[in-house]
Write a protein that binds this ligand. Structure first.
Ligand code: M6R
Length: 366
């Protein structure tokens, strides 16, 4: 059932190219001019009336929500708050009938996410579930549901669920932007064109994993690793750090690069690995100056950058490049080397990749 792979996790990492293609299929208009969401039964007036969106989830799905916030705010210009489900359900959020609550859950069974969904409904919010499992509790409870079509995810560490959730959040944002008329048609077309490239670009990354394997073997025995990035790179850093912790048991922290000076820089000493994500054009120079800061403390920096970046080599010790794409879609590519890094670090340390200690695939208790 592992299809020749040693673990479900690596199988699922490799399935991502196909999985994201499935998520997109039938949801893009033939001429690439718009996103089609036939499954959403809301009328345009309702979507136009939304004044506030909450995105609520746990773990990796929460990190996908983080990316979703950037997408919705940038493209559809609706204010978004992202919440961890176990916080949201107990913190009396301010909700009315012009609020939309989006819950994201691979399994559709996570107890806190389900409870948060019920709480949002009770307070009068409209609800939308983004899930992978048809007929799951969360799918049944929400007013509307969109499926990610990633196929079954067995490994405890979530991989293809995350990338398909990102695709879904991106498409939802474009769909909302069309209704709200917040972006130009040409920009929509450009983004859809870039979206269509993502499956083959993921495939391209997976064709050569040797350099990542080598880093994992080299740094796999360090006890602390830092991930830094700005904007969407920060969101990806959070996910990369969770992946590493959960399966390799290495202490990992993700930091918004601009926050380093406010505390964490004290921990950056000679030889500490820092994974620096630098795929976001709009904050690129700022990220470079943060990379210089950690280099000045003799950290070992592994940069993750786009293929067309010809500067970064000068500032980092090692570099992993991913295919060039629009900065909004870069998380889909940048996360893949981080998943692989976590996987090979766990292998190097002899950890049980598919069943990390103390964790379960589906968290159905509080
Ligand atoms: O099924 P869900 O998406 O609701 O699960 C949420 C989290 O439990 C899950 O993403 C968890 O953080 C993973 N083990 C991360 O790899």
């Amino acid at each position: 059932e592992k299809g020749g792979y040693e673990h479900f996790m690596i199988k699922e990492i490799y399935e991502q190219s196909k999985a994201v293609r499935e998520t997109m299929s039938a949801r893009i208009a033939k001429d690439d001019s718009a996103i089609v969401m036939d499954e959403l039964k809301w009328n345009k007036e309702f979507l136009n009336s939304i004044r506030k969106i909450f995105i609520v989830a746990c773990g990796t799905a929460y990190h996908a929500g983080f990316v979703g916030k950037y997408y919705i705010e940038k493209l559809a210009r609706i204010p978004v708050e992202v919440d961890i489900a176990s916080e949201f359900r107990y913190r009396s959020p301010i909700i009315d009938d012009r609020t939309l609550t989006i819950v994201i859950s691979q399994s559709g069974e996570t107890s806190d996410t389900l409870a948060a969904l019920k709480e949002a409904k009770r307070l009068g919010s409209k609800t939308l579930a983004v899930t992978n499992v048809v007929g799951s509790s969360i799918a049944r409870e929400a007013d509307q549901v969109v499926y990610t079509w990633a196929g079954p995810e067995i490994a405890v560490a979530s991989t293809k669920a995350y990338t398909t959730q990102l695709i879904m959040m991106f498409m939802l944002s474009l769909y909302m932007s069309e209704i709200k008329k917040t972006i130009e048609k040409d920009y929509t077309k450009h983004l859809i064109g870039a979206l269509r490239q993502v499956p083959s670009q993921i495939h391209e990354i997976l064709e050569d994993v040797e350099p990542i394997k080598t880093f994992a073997q080299k740094y796999g025995f360090n006890e602390d690793v830092f991930f830094i990035g700005r904007s969407l790179d920060y969101a990806v850093a959070l996910e990369g750090s969770l992946k590493l912790k959960e399966i390799s048991y290495i202490h990992a922290e993700a930091y918004a690069a601009g926050e380093l000076k406010h505390g964490t820089l004290a921990l950056i000493i000679e030889g500490v690995p820092v994974i620096a994500l630098a795929t976001q054009e709009s904050v690129y120079e700022k990220t470079l100056s943060n990379i210089k800061e950690v280099k000045a403390r003799d950290a070992v920096v592994i940069g993750i950058a786009l293929a067309n970046d010809d500067q970064i080599e000068k500032y980092v010790d090692h570099i992993i490049k991913v295919p060039t794409t629009d900065e909004l879609l870069a998380p889909l590519l940048a996360v893949v080397p981080l998943q692989l890094l976590a996987y090979y670090a766990a292998i190097t340390r002899g950890c049980d990749v598919d069943k990390p200690r103390n964790l379960a695939k589906s968290v159905t208790v509080e």
